[in-house]
Write a protein that binds this ligand. Structure first.
Ligand code: SF4
Length: 238
């Protein structure tokens, strides 16, 4: 039987970060050389694996669609063909194109002034763009604008649930509010924390978790239950 859920405090959140950092080391996110590459990558990574995004980014570079000016000038059909490896390519081409049109209309095809906006305004402006949801907006604010918002994804929610953390409401905004209220507002740390969670869930806390080899098993409710009942380790858990 798993232990009761509990509301995490600042010590729990800091400990999880310290333990993952010590186990996996710095993740060097976001893997991009410019704001342009970061934002395009954040849109392309929606609903697909990162390796597919890398292929699409390489193709964009080869096709000389490697700046907001070049996206703005490109035909949407061409753009769709080039980003095809990332899946949902017609939608994603439209999102990228519309974002370039928004930057052209409001910010002179540059993110410099956009990123001067205070976090709350910046978030509102990004969320008002078609195809930019909370996770993509927060990725952009954190990794391109370098402002401290905590990015939540399905991995974060899976991990907090398995750890036994009770987060209310148990949705995107509830998680974001919890992390942001219990940690120092440090964009570098938030970026590293999100990257470590993704790495941990990609490699260890997968759909069927590898609790026996998990470096944080001693602070995890599900891990404790799995170790005391080993047959459950072969089945997916919540
Ligand atoms: S002990 Fe298992 S469930 Fe808990 S974090 Fe590790 S892999 Fe995930």
């Amino acid at each position: 039987m798993s232990a009761r859920k509990y509301r995490p405090n600042a010590i729990d959140l800091q400990r999880l970060f310290d333990r993952m950092l010590s186990a996996y080391g710095p993740q060097h996110w976001w893997p991009a050389e410019s704001d342009y590459e970061m934002i395009i990558g954040a849109i392309l990574t929606q609903n697909t694996a990162w390796r597919n995004v890398e292929t699409a980014l390489t193709q964009l570079k080869s096709a000389h669609i490697w700046s907001w000016d070049e996206v703005f000038e490109a035909q949407i059909e061409t753009l769709a063909e080039v980003v095809r490896p990332s899946g949902y390519f017609n939608q994603k081409a439209r999102k990228i194109k519309l974002f370039s049109e928004f930057l052209d209309r409001e910010f002179g095809r540059s993110t410099d002034d956009l990123f001067q906006l205070p976090i709350d305004n910046l978030r509102k402006v990004l969320l008002a763009q078609w195809g930019i949801g909370p996770e993509t907006a927060d990725d952009i604010i954190l990794y391109a604008a370098k402002k401290p918002v905590f990015v939540i994804d399905k991995y974060t929610q899976r991990l907090t649930s398995r750890l036994g953390w009770e987060i209310k409401p148990a949705n995107y905004e509830g998680h974001r509010a919890s992390f942001e209220s219990l940690l120092p507002h440090d964009a570098k740390m938030f970026g590293e924390y999100h990257a470590l969670i993704d790495h941990h869930c990609n490699t260890t806390c997968q759909k069927t978790p590898k609790c026996a080899e998990c470096p944080i098993v001693d602070i995890c409710n599900t891990g404790a239950a799995t170790i005391s009942s080993p047959e459950s380790a072969t089945h997916p858990v919540a």
